[in-house]
Structure formats: C-alpha cells, structure tokens
Ligand binder design. Structure first.
Ligand SMILES: C[S@@+](CC[C@H](N)C(=O)[O-])C[C@H]1O[C@@H](n2cnc3c(N)ncnc32)[C@H](O)[C@@H]1O
Length: 208
C-alpha cells in the first residue's frame, strides 16, 4: 500500500480491535490490516455497491478473505458483525457526522475528514467522543488530519477546535498559508478574522 495517509490510519488500530471500515471504496486499508494481522477482525462496507465490487476485486487479487456489505454508515449491519472500532475516512464532515448519529456508533473511531475540522471536533465532543490524538500527514500537497477518538468527555478550547491538537508546526504553517491565499479575496471583516487566526497560529509555533 503506497498511501501514507492509510498507513497512518492503520497505526491507530490495535491488535484487539474489531474494525468496520465504513466507506472502504478500494479496500486497500483492509488488505493492509489483514495482511499484516494488525487487528482481530476487519469488515469492509460501502454505501455504493460498485465501490464495494472494486474492494471485492482487490481482495481477490491480494488473496485476502474479508466480509463485505453494502451499508449507509451503521445501517444494515449484519448480525455477525460485532465491531468495536470504526474507520471513517475520505468523506466530508457532514457525511461523517450523519454516520455517527446512530446508536451503533462504537467506542473507538479513526476519522479522516476532507473538510471542516472545526465542526467535526466540536460535534465529536458534543456527541460524547474525546479526541485522544490528532496526526497530520502531507499527501498530494494536502495535509490530512487523522483523529483517534474514544467515548468520553472533553471540552476543547476555541483554539483547539479551530487549529486542532496535533502540535505540528508544519500543519500550523499550512493553515497560515491557506488563510493567506484567500485573504485578498474576502470582505474586510472576514479578512480581519483571518489575520487574527494567522497571528494565533504563529503564536502556537512560537510558544515552543
Ligand atoms: C473517497 S472514498 C474514501 C475511501 C477510503 N475510505 C479512503 O479513505 O481512502 C469515500 C467512500 O465513502 C463512501 N461513502 C460515502 N458516504 C457513505 C455512507 N454514508 N456510508 C458508507 N459509505 C459511504 C463512498 O461510496 C466512497 O466509496
């Protein structure tokens, strides 16, 4: 597997985890987990049957036996699938939050959203999840954030909700650059807000 992002997700899995990969698509993560015996059990699901067929072909190609099923998030989970960990990666925050708003949402989550990490962190806390760690990885010139969460109480500060808890200077610099890119194109009030955020991010880098 040549995706550093998926490898980082795999690092968050423990040997006793019973993993459901929600939105598996190609299934590469599941193949990696299975081949390297990184968890007790792994199931692969996707809302799209054609995506799931792609995963099934890959499972055949790489000679791994992994049970698959079509499912919108935690709906339609077969009886035998007793997962305690879910990977939800490569989707937008709104889709991820819709998936998590379900009684079967498990104790441990590994999440990689494509957007709006502020809302994601805020809602995770509100839904009774604690963000244990955040790791960032640069892939295809974009930083991806991998959140490890477990059920628990946590109240992150506004700064932590906005910039995350990765403590990674390169990621903070990336966030500054992203804000600077759009600053010239936004109304005055928004520009002032972005300038304030850039100063706060610089403060996070300098305080070390
Ligand atoms: C961009 S792919 C990400 C694949 C893989 N998880 C990764 O991170 O590389 C997103 C996948 O999520 C699936 N998906 C979107 N909404 C979903 C939902 N509500 N339940 C299950 N799968 C979903 C899509 O069909 C697609 O295959």
């Amino acid at each position: 597997m040549n995706s550093e992002r998926l490898k980082l997700i795999a690092k968050k899995i423990s040997p006793n985890d019973m993993v459901l990969d929600v939105g598996c698509d190609h299934g590469y993560l599941d193949i990696f987990l299975k081949k390297n015996k990184l968890c007790k059990m792994v199931w692969a699901s996707d809302i799209s049957s054609s995506a799931l067929n792609y995963a099934k072909e890959n499972f055949k190609k790489y000679h791994v036996k992994i049970e698959t099923f079509v499912s919108d998030g935690f709906n339609n989970i077969p009886e035998n699938v007793k997962f305690n960990t879910a990977v939800i990666a490569g989707m937008g925050t709104h889709t991820i939050l819709n998936i998590l708003n379900h009684p079967l949402s498990p104790n441990k989550l590994i999440i990689a959203s494509n957007n709006d990490y502020y809302l994601l962190r805020k809602k995770l806390n509100e839904m009774g999840y604690k963000i244990v760690s955040e790791d960032v990885i640069l892939e295809h010139e974009h930083y991806y954030v991998i959140l490890l969460c477990i059920k628990g109480t946590q109240t992150l500060s506004e700064q932590e909700l906005l910039y995350g808890i990765s403590n990674n200077d390169d990621y903070y610099r990336f966030q500054i650059a992203e804000r600077e890119k759009i600053m010239a194109k936004v109304p005055k009030l928004k520009k002032e807000q972005l300038e304030k955020e850039c100063l706060e991010l610089k403060g996070l880098i300098e305080r070390k």
